[in-house]
Design a protein around this ligand. Structure first.
Ligand code: IMP
Length: 408
């Protein structure tokens, strides 16, 4: 069975933690998009892992993890990350597989990425990891893939300094590389977890263009970036937070500003909303159901996983956006142009707070009644049921209402 997990908002929804949780029952975890721009934090007991390139499944003992062809890989970052994981007691050798069609991020790409963003009239606020440059070269057919390191024509076309930089990684990458389509064919009867990066609203096609990343962060990217066909995807889950965050520039219709800044500050501190990759404070906003319904559609989600609802424990009330006002008119869809999204005024519905704590719940039945009402409203509005919950940073603070490993 092939199960996809993506971020349903602008990333940082708690995907890494959910992948780690679901990986317990998976045979293999495949990451299908993005690069070292991603940041997944996973807490297991006393240990905290900050992953950027390596699929979150690496923390689960004995699992094989795959870096798919939809990724762009900086080998220096990858081996540095693996060394860090090893230092925390995780034996990764023989468990990390890399698609030979994945593109490489070469040394000059990072500074080029930052320089391009500085020159932009509307800077995107890139993480500066060379991601846009690598995907750009891929699209213009000037990229360098893992397999190309053994192709004399491509190798000889590289600059001497790039060759010198790549040389030490060649042997190790040679042991890890696979023809991913053949590899995936061999997993027909296995449980494969397909891990997305970033979030639906940062997707190159469906996100808030041009304020997006350069990979495919929606579920169709799983079929493409993990060498499967679309009909081989059995289930799609999307993780979302009970509020909304964004790192970097770009429109954010429900951003808490002005008199709401205090609330934004409170949620940022309660939720430790600082970027794992860059340390930047995340922008905070109200949960946006117009965007979430859009996300449910473009990802064809079977179910949501709701995280961070516990942050609202003890609040008098919580606000959720249920419609937009654009130039005096009420609209119920997610506009395509950044300029329109910038002008939107969110229409916020207020829900009463609840007695009891979502943080203490370990099953749907244990969620306080008022919080259940909020969940039911979200499900009805988006047409997507909530299949699971993350109510704290620990693996033990996670539970599913629906079984993840049964095809819908
Ligand atoms: P890039 O992918 O580094 O070019 O960054 C493009 C935009 O996507 C910037 O606004 C980044 O802050 C944002 N971004 C990239 N990766 C992530 C992520 O994993 N979480 C949240 N935002 C991200």
């Amino acid at each position: 069975m092939n199960l996809v997990v993506v971020g349903a908002q602008w990333g940082d929804e708690g995907k890494g933690k959910m992948v780690d949780y679901l990986a317990d029952d998976a045979d293999v975890v495949v990451r299908f998009s993005g690069g070292a721009n991603a940041g997944h934090t996973i807490k297991v007991g006393e240990r905290t892992f900050a992953l950027h390139l390596i699929p979150a499944g690496i923390i689960s003992p004995g699992k094989t993890v795959v870096l798919g062809n939809g990724m762009v890989i900086d080998p220096a970052s990858m081996f540095e990350e693996l060394a860090g994981i090893a230092a925390q007691g995780i034996d990764w050798r023989g468990r990390v597989v890399v698609s030979d069609r994945a593109h490489l991020v070469l040394p000059g790409y990072k500074s080029e990425d930052r320089a391009i963003d500085e020159r932009r009239a509307r800077p995107i606020g890139t993480t500066g990891r060379g991601i846009g440059v690598a995907y750009g070269r891929k699209a213009s057919r000037d990229g360098v893939r893992v397999a190309d390191l053994w192709d004399p024509v491509v190798w000889n076309s590289l600059s001497p300094s790039d060759q010198e930089w790549l040389e030490p990684f060649k042997e190790k990458l040679g042991e890890m590389k696979v023809n991913l389509a053949s590899y995936m064919m061999g997993l027909k009867d296995k449980k494969v977890l397909l891990e997305g990066a970033q979030g639906a609203l940062l997707d190159l096609d469906h996100g808030t263009y041009p304020y997006v990343s350069s990979g495919i962060s929606t579920t169709p990217g799983a079929a493409l970036g993990a060498a499967l066909g679309p009909r081989k995807i059995d289930k799609c889950l999307g993780v979302f937070k009970a509020y909304q965050t964004r790192v970097g520039n770009g429109p954010f219709p429900t951003e808490m500003a002005g008199s709401d800044e205090e609330l934004a500050h409170e949620l940022r501190e309660l939720g430790h909303e600082y970027g794992v990759t860059t340390g930047r404070p995340r922008r905070i906003g109200y949960l946006d159901l117009v965007a979430l319904r859009y996300s449910g559609w473009i990802n064809s989600l079977d179910g949501f996983i709701l995280s961070h609802l516990n942050l609202y424990d003890g609040f008098e009330n919580i606000g959720i956006c249920t419609a937009y006002e654009l130039d005096g008119e009420e609209i119920d869809f997610f506009p395509s142009c950044a300029a329109d999204l910038e002008r939107i005024k969110p229409i916020i519905k207020t829900f009463p707070g609840w007695e009891g704590k979502v943080a203490d719940a370990r099953s749907w039945e244990e969620i306080p009644e008022g919080a259940k009402d909020v969940v039911k409203f979200i499900e009805e509005f988006t047409g997507v049921p909530v299949h699971g919950y993350s109510v704290g940073p620990l693996r033990s603070e996670t539970f599913m209402k629906e079984m993840p490993w049964t095809a819908s």
